[in-house]
Design a protein around this ligand. Structure first.
Ligand SMILES: NC(=O)c1ccc[n+]([C@@H]2O[C@H](COP(=O)([O-])OP(=O)(O)OC[C@H]3O[C@@H](n4cnc5c(N)ncnc54)[C@H](O)[C@@H]3O)[C@@H](O)[C@H]2O)c1
Length: 319
């Protein structure tokens, strides 16, 4: 099996590629290694992937279709897993064009590639942020998602719509996965839990938004990878699945657990809610359970323990 993974140097792309390589699949990884967060971490992830003989890396911007196509046109892929994107809700307030380029142009470019190379199936990343600020939880795939509260969310909804079009016209099997706040080792330094860990270790204050009154459905990376592998293994025409933990945790409890595992107390700087942020994310995962056999097993206590061990040993100055 030959798989194209976009965003392979990113957090989720790295873990997925590693798991596929351990299963003896051939993986072609594409990433532009941009410096949205410290690219040293992307290089470190790639160094690990480069240790597998079945891994090949292409440094390439997915939004440049001509160049992407000419680099890959001689390959026959069984599958594309499209994870490359400009991530982050807050950054989309100040850098909207990056989202238009990578998430809209880039996604069309990857779907075009699938069409031109006759790739039968694409699994792509969407996000819990498409749900916006819904009062009703848990968030279900049946809910309306046409009120995005950030441009990031709007571009993720765009991916789902474009995926439908490519399925409808060209018959490509399209599976969209709405990830809920993924965390773990080799994670993203721009995300709150990573910034918290960094500041706590440096004895610097952490910014706690909405005065700590937020809830997130934190989902451990290994559970997300199991969900992606399940989506790869099952066949559907066009489907969208929530991949979350379905167990939202209060931000203040999350911080306490992190403090316990890091062995240090946080200095908290309480702040107002940020524009574009949502109050609570909470995934209804009954559809993924039923159709994919998805069954997240890692508690936030256990997941943060593993993250904190990794962070203390290896990464305490990456933000
Ligand atoms: N981590 C989460 O909590 C989370 C939650 C919801 C959705 N997602 C989605 O999951 C996917 C993976 O997220 P992640 O957390 O691994 O993020 P990440 O930023 O670590 O990985 C994305 C990778 O894509 C690459 N990239 C960005 N624009 C590119 C372009 N134009 N051309 C080529 N490469 C490009 C980046 O260099 C990066 O390595 C993204 O689509 C993201 O929107 C993540």
């Amino acid at each position: 099996m030959k798989v194209l993974v976009t965003g392979a140097a990113g957090f989720i792309g790295f873990h997925l590629s590693k798991r596929l390589l351990e299963m003896d699949k051939e993986v072609i990884g594409v990433d532009n290694l941009n410096n949205y967060y410290n690219p040293v971490l992307k290089r470190e992830r790639l160094d690990i992937l480069n240790g597998y003989k079945n891994f090949h890396f292409l440094k390439q911007d997915i939004a440049d279709f001509e160049s992407l196509y000419s680099s890959l046109k001689d390959n026959q892929f069984n599958l594309i897993v499209h994870l490359a994107a400009q991530a982050g809700v807050r950054y989309s307030l100040t850098n909207p064009m990056e989202y238009a380029k990578s998430n809209c142009m880039g996604t069309v470019s990857v779907f075009e590639l699938a069409k031109c190379l006759n790739v039968p199936k694409v699994v792509y990343a969407s996000s819990s942020s498409v749900y916006g600020n819904k009062k009703k939880v848990p968030l279900s795939e049946k809910d309306r998602v046409d009120r995005p509260v950030s441009l990031y969310a709007a571009t993720k909804k765009f991916s789902e719509l474009a995926a439908y079009t490519y399925h409808h016209i060209y018959g490509i099997e399209m599976i969209g996965l709405r990830f809920f706040t993924v965390y773990g080792e080799y994670g993203r330094p721009d995300m709150a839990y990573f910034k918290f860990a960094n500041s706590i270790m440096k004895d610097e204050p952490i910014d706690v938004y909405n005065y700590g009154d937020l809830k997130r459905d934190f989902t451990y990376i290994d559970d997300i990878i199991d969900g992606i592998l399940s989506a790869i293994d099952h066949s559907f025409e066009y489907e969208i699945f929530n991949l979350g933990n379905s167990n939202p945790v209060k931000l203040m409890d999350f911080i306490s657990i992190l403090e316990e595992h890091l062995g240090r107390k946080a200095k908290k700087n309480f702040k107002e809610m940020q524009p574009g942020d949502v109050y609570c994310t909470y995934a209804d995962i009954s559809k993924a359970k039923r159709l994919l056999g998805y069954d997240p097993k890692t508690s936030v206590y256990e997941g943060l323990k593993r993250f904190a061990e990794w962070f203390k040993n290896e990464k305490n100055s990456l933000v």
